[in-house]
Design a protein around this ligand. Structure first.
Ligand code: C2E
Ligand code: MG
Ligand code: MG
Length: 595
């Protein structure tokens, strides 16, 4: 693209030449050079309008004729103000133009239509008069493009309402405004009740149409100065300037009542309702994030109060029960909002070879460990949310996601040329009790194309201890597919290895509490040794967990425990870092040499 400045310079030069070579502006052009300059002006893509000393149009080139919709004869003699809808005083603007300014004004076409116009000017002295030549540019297309960019960045594509980002901006402004004017600002957090059921029953397209109708209905209730935004999914927010809390309550009441009328979607009547949480600046909090969080908490409180109502935020709402409910609802959305991550920790075999004291690590597997990229709290470890997921039943969809993501990742690593490894995935008790677990795993193996023998599922000892015949049946079905089964955290429960003999188990993972003191506590060393020996006799694979030091690694090596996992090798890391580790290992990663 050409630099607009140099283009404007070029045009100015052509105009200047045309003017100077023309001895008599009203007369015919005579010299070939003048004819040339006129021709340049005629063929320019940019519009040029030349005004006489009375600020009336003297010359308008074809590009400018197209912009303004006049032909040369119609335009000739018109005052300049007919070409613009802006109140521009040419004399005042002259100084700016002389300094090279390009003004953005509103242009007006012959048919009265207005449009964004860019204007720059050059001045010429001729016969003692000053003439002005404008370079004019219709920037409707640019403006439309800019507007579209702004719309995309700040507006929700489905409903056309402001999005989360714009809502934050407006809230920041409202807070500043409320401070200056000693006013109150109310923030509403709205969530449709049972929207998920609508989506599941009638499909997403229907759900989208409902969201659009809800947005329209809400917009109809708001005043022009209020902000209504869509935060995502079925969540809307409202920003109101109020004089007292009763005003906020009145609006909330109006919104709630407006949902008494059904929504007409695709010829079908549908009733829905909304739960609203309200917080007020500066009474409830002084910063934007806390305000939004409070409104959200109050909204969950409204849900727990039977939905279809509004609640004003109160400090005691942050009590554990409300917080838990809030967390559970955010966790519910974590899968669809792609907030779950898997980190991978290598399982390695240590080869002692070459000179004494040197060892090579071979990565033979990875354990997939779940993390939640929480929008407020950052990366959360599993113990912060797995118990909640387990209790609420959310572990079923989450667990399915983990299995699928882990298998898909392992296939990706293989496709990227890493040595084939096995992947271990943790299962929770509720997953193990799920009647469709075996079928689910079979389906996942089919869709991801993952080899069954390279998948290992980890279950804890206690899950086996209380294992009913049904669970054992499920495990047998899984094992029959070729998938391996590992007992995690072995030693923390009260089962014995002999108990495992009758169960479909392939691997025993010795809990890290034994490994921690293995070199200092003879008891732990003896237990570990006994477990390793017995497991080997039973034909089970052994993995030592929580290996943190070189001494622990050497000790386990002497006990003939080949597979190890722990911070000594690596912490759990994201998939790309894991790939780097595995690549380094391929080129004879000398772990002792790294010390
Ligand atoms: P786990 O299955 O026993 O996983 C090993 C845990 O020990 C991981 O913690 C890991 O980061 C940590 N660890 C590994 N090496 C060392 C070490 O050398 N020293 C110490 N101090 N710790 C080490 P993480 O990732 O926080 O996971 C905790 C537990 O959460 C896991 O214990 C597992 O029971 C559960 N979990 C993780 N991901 C999932 C999942 O996808 N589904 C289910 N149901 N549970 C999961
Ligand atoms: Mg595990
Ligand atoms: Mg473990």
């Amino acid at each position: 693209m050409q630099n607009p400045d140099s283009r404007i310079q070029r045009i100015r030069r052509a105009i200047r030449q045309t003017m100077h070579k023309c001895p008599n502006r009203s007369g015919d052009s005579t010299t070939p050079r003048e004819a040339l300059y006129r021709s340049v002006l005629e063929n320019l893509a940019e519009g040029v309008v030349i005004l006489n000393e009375a600020c009336r149009i003297e010359t308008i080139n074809p590009a400018a004729q197209r912009i303004f919709g006049y032909d040369a004869a119609q335009a000739s003699g018109l005052p300049f103000c007919r070409l613009t809808d802006s109140d521009i005083h040419l004399r005042n603007a002259c100084d700016e133009f002389r300094n090279g300014a390009v003004l953005s004004i509103v242009g007006k076409r012959a048919n009265g239509e207005t449009f964004p116009l860019k204007l720059s000017a050059s001045f010429f002295s001729h016969d003692g008069n000053t003439l002005i030549a404008f370079v004019v540019q219709d920037v409707s297309a640019h403006k439309a493009f800019e507007d579209q960019l702004i719309r995309m960045a700040y507006y929700d594509h489905l409903t056309g309402l402001p999005n989360r980002r714009l809502f934050h901006d407006r809230l920041a402004q409202a807070v500043a405004h409320a401070d200056r004017n000693a006013k109150l600002t109310a923030i509403f957090f709205l969530d449709l009740d049972r929207f998920k059921t609508v989506n599941d029953t009638f499909g997403h397209e229907f759900g989208d149409l409902l969201l659009v109708s809800v947005a329209e209905r809400l917009a109809g209730i708001m005043r022009k100065c209020d902000t209504l935004a869509r935060m995502g999914g079925d969540e809307f927010t409202v920003l109101l300037e109020i004089n007292n809390i009763q005003e906020a309550e009145a609006v909330a009441q109006k919104i709630t009542e407006s949902f008494a009328q059904p929504f007409l979607i695709g010829g079908q009547e549908l009733f829905t309702s909304t739960s609203i949480g309200i917080t007020v600046y500066p009474l409830d909090a002084s910063d934007i994030d806390t305000l939004i969080k409070n409104a959200d908490t109050a909204m969950y409180h409204a849900k727990s109060e039977g939905r279809n109502n509004y609640q004003l935020y109160a400090k005691q709402m942050n009590a554990p029960a409300a917080e838990k409910m809030r967390m559970e609802n955010t966790l519910r959305k974590a899968v669809s909002r792609h907030q779950l991550r898997l980190h991978y920790q290598p399982q390695a075999i240590v080869h002692c070879e070459g000179s004494p004291g040197h060892a090579r690590m071979e990565i033979i597997g990875a354990e997939a460990l779940l993390r939640w990229e929480h929008p407020e709290f950052g990366l959360l470890p599993p113990d912060r949310f797995i118990p909640l997921a387990e209790e609420s039943g959310l572990i079923i969809p989450i667990g399915e996601w983990v299995l699928r993501a882990a298998c898909a990742q392992n296939k990706l690593w293989q496709a990227a040329g890493l040595n084939p490894i096995s992947i271990a995935v943790n299962l929770s008790p509720r997953q193990l009790h799920h009647p469709k677990l075996a079928a689910q795993i079979e389906h996942l193996l089919n869709v991801t194309g993952h080899e069954p023998t390279r998948l290992e599922i980890e279950i804890t000892e206690s899950m086996m201890l209380h294992g009913s015949e049904k669970i054992v049946g499920t495990l047998r079905a899984i094992k029959q597919m070729g998938v391996r089964i590992a007992i995690d955290d072995f030693g923390t429960g009260h089962s014995s290895l002999s108990h495992l003999q009758h169960l479909p188990v392939d691997t025993v993972k010795i809990d890290r509490t034994f490994i921690r003191n293995i070199t200092s506590n003879p008891n732990d060393a003896a237990i570990t040794q006994a477990v390793i020996d017995m497991a080997r006799n039973m034909g089970l694979r052994i993995v030592a967990e929580g290996v943190e030091t070189r001494e622990q690694m050497m000790f386990l090596q002497e006990l003939h425990c080949s597979v190890m996992q722990g911070y000594f090798f690596s912490k759990p890391v994201p998939s790309d870092e894991f790939a780097k580790l595995a690549r380094a290992e391929l080129s004879a990663y000398d772990i002792l040499g790294l010390q």
